[in-house]
Write a new protein. Structure first.
Length: 304
């Protein structure tokens, strides 16, 4: 079969490569044509240099998979595809879209006779070699069409992918997945910080991380990655203490508020990321002034 992959960045490019290696013909389009050319040469991706050209290389019923940044970029691509596709064609959004957007886009495309599947995609840069975890939401009939593609992208044909529910369910499931990821990462980071700060024991963090990887209750892929990083450098002196948030942690916390669910671990992990990004530190400055005002406590001066 043949599909179009729109967006050939770290995720989209590797997914296109895995599909080509698995026998699926991929028409690839990327905003930067040199990326498209590189994948065409290295993996046999069929190059396209516009969305129109990508669609033109597909036979009906067409399947177009988007791997684009969430928000306006994906929205614009969906709007353009509505002018290029015909009833019976399928649009797949494998990016990190908000599930509310997926519900809305799905309804709009279905009204035009087009199918839509939202696929929460996990696996990062390791997905090319190891396969991706794919959480798909959409109509069963559309899923049947996409199943051969998902089976190639997944670790195996019978695992690592699932039809989790109707349109929106794929991105909702991925949103919660990423919220859990925030909490797990925060717990590991705090634990190793506590180990690193213990005076007098001279603990080898790389040794402990490697130790925990085997038969311990906290063994995980995140611990595997942590062990690898610590084996290279335990000081992390060259790494700035700033942690970005991609948006899905925020959406998870908002969903918890909407449902009235208590999510303290995930919510606090998100807040810690916000704290790491606060270069101005205004609230902490004000706290220092309060302590000085009521208790005469010393105020540390900012160095220029």
């Amino acid at each position: 079969m043949r599909i179009a992959m729109i967006g050939l960045g770290k995720m989209g490019g590797n997914m296109a490569s895995r599909l080509c290696r698995g026998g699926v013909e991929v028409v690839g389009f990327n905003r930067s044509p040199e990326v498209t050319d590189r994948l065409a040469k290295a993996e046999g991706v069929l190059p396209a240099y516009s969305l129109q050209e990508a669609v033109a290389q597909l036979d009906a019923p067409r399947t177009v998979w988007l791997m684009l940044p969430s928000g306006a970029v994906t929205e614009a691509a969906v709007e353009q595809l509505m002018t290029l596709l015909t009833p019976g064609d399928l649009v797949v959004d494998g990016g990190n879209s908000n599930y509310h957007d997926s519900e809305r886009r799905g309804a709009k495309l279905e009204a035009a006779g087009l199918d839509y599947i939202d696929v929460g995609t996990s696996g990062g840069i390791w997905g090319l070699a190891n396969g991706y975890c794919l959480m798909a939401g959409g109509r069963p009939e559309a899923m049947a069409r996409l199943t051969p593609v998902l089976q190639v992208l997944a670790p195996a044909a019978d695992r690592g992918w699932a039809h989790v529910g109707p349109i929106g369910a794929g991105h909702f499931t991925k949103m919660v997945h990423n919220g859990i990821e925030y909490g797990m990462m925060q717990a590991l980071a705090e634990g190793f910080a506590l180990l690193q700060g213990k005076q007098g024991y001279d603990l080898d963090l790389a040794q402990i991380a490697e130790l925990w990887r085997h038969s311990s209750v906290v063994r995980s892929w995140l611990l595997d990655l942590t062990a690898g990083a610590l084996a290279e450098d335990q000081t992390l002196a060259a790494v700035a203490p700033v942690v970005a948030d991609s948006g899905e942690g925020r959406w998870t916390a908002i969903e918890a508020i909407d449902q009235g669910q208590a999510l303290p671990v995930i919510s606090l992990a998100l807040q810690m990321r916000f704290a790491s990004q606060d270069a101005e530190g205004y609230s902490n400055r004000l706290l220092s002034m309060m302590r000085n005002a009521f208790g005469g406590h010393a105020v540390s001066k900012q160095e220029n």
